[in-house]
Design a protein around this ligand. Structure first.
Ligand code: FAD
Length: 411
């Protein structure tokens, strides 16, 4: 009987398990997670932290979901390393678990700030449901809060402060929010939204150190400018270190993430990877890419599951190719990041109104990503253009038109 082992019960791992069960009703399937609870909606933990969503709406699967499908779920179980010579996964207690095909869908671990007291009480990462519960609990008593990390996670923490009536300051090292994807004009709309919500953006400012009271709880942040900020709680939202270490010493190559081809397969034919943890060959961008989004992780899990089964059955493998969409719902207007907006070598943008802006990212003349502020209706046509991989270097004006005429662009 084929033995499939999946490390990670996030959306990538859980989707792969379901796919493998659909493909092979007899296989042994084991899903391992170091978290104490089965799959939940990681996207919605921000709504929980804001106090806008009850706990029961965050959970996606309970234990019975795995039982009904004959999938073994191991909670609270940390995978220490993979012994690829033995086709074995080694757990924290030293036990080994054999596999025929392994999927690593272990995501990443939030980075702490490399400054004194960065892990003090009251300083939060924002990645797990447990983090979210702690943030909500602390926010009940906090009067002042600091956010660090000018990206998509930082904005979630900022609005969690705002919705809990915590007076927030958002420290950004650069001159704007998400400077790798947004230009100044687009970012200004977001800065206004932050101010309206009660969070003050502070530009050109980093963290020099946190200060704590005798109980070890954070009380102040001292910025790199020397300015001191009151701080009852803080969010360190500066990115993830992908959990690739367990593959050290195996033929599966790792860099920032686990290197996989467009089939989600590593250099070791028995090891696949899916989700945030991959540095996958992106056929739409034409190079290896990292993507931290729910729909991409889900689709990678499905493709990996099918390809793990296909390899066993000697069938042809499927190619992963989607245009990921990441919406932010905190603002008074819609906001969407589409594709790979930070991957461009050329950009074009336009502001249409007080709260409406579009920025397009091109690479080698092809559209690879976009940021849509205020009006997300162009998402359909822009997705089609990215999928077409056509040279649209001379069509920037048409792509910035209020109404995109696809016949004009793709003629
Ligand atoms: C607050 C927040 C808001 C977000 N908002 C959005 C959004 O609006 N839109 C969007 O598209 N995306 C959003 N994301 C990102 C999205 O949630 C992730 O891209 C997605 O969940 C990644 O899924 P994954 O399965 O690859 O990894 P994860 O969900 O990180 O799962 C990794 C799994 O691996 C397990 N694991 C890790 N290491 C080990 C180990 N050594 N041993 C055993 N188990 C291990 C973990 O326990 C976990 O089960 C958000 C994320 C957060 C935190």
């Amino acid at each position: 009987m084929t033995q499939y082992v999946i490390i990670g019960d996030g959306i990538a791992g859980a989707t792969a398990a379901e796919t493998l069960r659909d493909e092979n009703e007899d296989a042994d399937i084991t899903v391992i997670t170091e978290e104490p609870e089965p799959l939940y909606n990681r996207i919605n933990i921000k709504e929980f932290a804001k106090g806008k969503m009850a706990e029961e709406f965050i959970q996606i699967h309970d234990a019975s979901w795995y039982d009904e499908r004959g999938i073994d779920l191991m909670l609270d179980t940390h995978v220490w390393k993979v012994e690829s010579d033995e086709n074995e996964v080694v757990l924290h207690n030293g036990d080994g678990l054999g596999y025929d095909k392994l999927l690593v869908a272990a995501g990443g671990t939030p980075r702490d700030l490399p400054v004194p007291h960065s892990t003090a009480d009251g300083i939060h990462n924002f990645w797990t449901f447990i983090d979210s519960r702690r943030i909500r609990r602390d926010a009940e008593d906090a009067e002042s809060g600091i956010v660090v990390g000018a990206g998509l996670l930082g904005i979630d923490f900022a609005f969690a402060l705002a919705e809990n009536d915590v007076d927030g300051k958002y420290l950004m090292r650069g001159d704007r929010w998400w400077r790798y994807a947004m230009d100044e004009e687009g970012a200004e709309i977001i800065h206004d939204e932050l101010r309206e919500a009660g969070v003050e953006p502070v530009f050109g400012e980093g963290v020099d150190r946190f200060e704590v009271d005798r109980m070890g709880h954070v009380t102040d942040v001292v910025g790199t400018s020397g300015t001191r900020y009151d701080c009852d709680m803080a969010g360190a939202c500066i990115g993830l270190d992908l959990n690739t270490g367990m593959l050290d010493g195996t033929p599966a190559e790792t860099d920032e993430g686990i290197i996989v081809d467009e089939h989600m397969q590593t250099d070791d034919p028995d090891i696949f990877a899916a989700g945030d943890i991959t540095e996958f060959y992106d056929v739409l961008v034409g190079e290896h890419n990292i993507n931290g989004s729910w729909d991409s992780a889900q689709e990678q899990g499905e493709v990996a599951g099918r390809n793990m089964a296909a390899g066993e059955a000697g069938e042809e493998m499927e190619t992963f190719s989607i245009v990921p969409k990441y919406s932010v719902s905190h603002f008074s207007m819609p906001f969407m990041s589409l594709g790979s907006p930070t991957k461009g070598d050329e950009f074009a943008s336009r502001r249409y109104g007080e709260k409406e802006h579009r920025r397009l990212a091109f690479k080698d003349g092809r559209l690879v990503g976009a940021i849509l502020v205020g009006n997300v209706r162009p998402v359909g046509p822009l997705t089609r253009v990215i999928n077409k991989r056509a040279d649209v270097a001379d069509d920037k004006e048409d792509l910035l038109a209020e109404q995109i005429d696809l016949d004009e662009v793709l003629d």
